[in-house]
Write a protein that binds this ligand. Structure first.
Ligand SMILES: Cc1ncc(COP(=O)(O)O)c(C=O)c1O
Length: 280
């Protein structure tokens, strides 16, 4: 598989970063995860804007236009002969000398990888998946930092409990987002999703746009005490789109509920319409 690293396309076995890279030593850097549908990049511009926000927050000087990144990704898709792919753009702080700060904030390591989309169990969409709550709030929660330590631990705990996702809950009992997804709760015709202290997911934003004229939307965190009134819930992410939740901890939910089903249909049509348009 060919990857892009610091301006060059190389076989993945030949791609090298320094052992002094601050991304490796300290998880200092940002990334984006995006995908294609029917060979077309999906919402690249939104991903690039979010990457820029991440890098600005981390004060890593890397600026690439949406069209240059599109060229890099399309070249990778062609070289790897992928029709559809998942794509990762990683930008680390680059080499360090003292283990704690990059040598320079303007010599980042830049990697772009493409790989075949991994398959998800179709039953996730027809029967839902369960989630647990996990006591943590993501550090630098509004950016996509390379550091997914908490998320990795949360996912491990979820898998141990035969759940697919872990939803962060703070010490006051408020729910925010999943370790790898955003979360939506539905009560009657009302949809509730956290607005702050979360990653503003690209999928989440599309779902909010699709839902805004159809349902009452409250952008706020949900308290765990409110879960008793929740009739259905779902998670959203680039890799899995919209996935119904069949339960949270011991609580069972109807999956997929009517709102989730409706939004899954709308999202699917939206993908078909969007891929007809080309470019950033
Ligand atoms: C913490 C977190 N929240 C939300 C999301 C969903 O974001 P997106 O829809 O942009 O994939 C992700 C995706 O990886 C995530 O890691």
């Amino acid at each position: 598989m060919i990857v892009y690293i610091n301006g060059q396309f190389v076989e993945q076995e030949k791609a090298q970063i320094s052992v002094w890279d601050i991304g490796l030593l300290r998880g200092y850097g940002g990334f984006e995860f995006l995908r294609t549908y029917h060979g077309k990049l999906f919402h690249l511009q939104d991903h690039m804007q979010r990457l820029q926000k991440t890098l600005d927050t981390l004060e890593i000087a890397y600026c690439v236009s949406c069209s240059s990144m599109q060229n890099i990704i399309e070249a990778l898709l062609e070289k790897n002969r992928f029709q559809d792919a998942f794509i990762k753009i990683l930008v680390t702080g680059g080499a360090s000398q003292n283990h704690t700060t990059p040598l320079s904030f303007s010599s980042p390591t830049v990697i772009v990888m493409t790989y075949p989309p991994y398959p998800f169990d179709p039953a996730s969409y027809t029967k839902g998946v369960s989630a647990i709550t996990y006591p943590a709030v993501r550090e630098l929660n509004e950016i996509k930092s390379l550091n997914y330590t908490i998320a990795t631990m949360a996912r491990k705990k979820a898998l141990e409990k035969n759940a697919a996702e872990a939803i962060y809950i703070d010490q006051n009992g408020f729910l925010y987002e999943g370790a790898f997804s955003n979360v939506f709760f539905c009560k009657n015709d009302q949809i509730i999703t956290a607005e702050e202290k979360i990653l503003q997911g690209i999928t989440r934003n599309i779902v909010l746009d699709l839902a805004h004229s159809l349902y009452k939307i409250e952008k706020r965190r949900l308290h765990q005490k409110e879960l008793v009134d929740v009739k259905e819930a779902f998670i959203t992410s680039t890799s899995q789109k919209i996935v119904p939740l069949s339960g949270i901890n011991q609580m069972q939910l109807s999956a997929p509920g009517p709102i989730t089903t409706h939004l899954m249909q709308l999202f699917s049509s939206y993908i078909d319409q969007t891929v007809k348009k080309v470019g950033c």
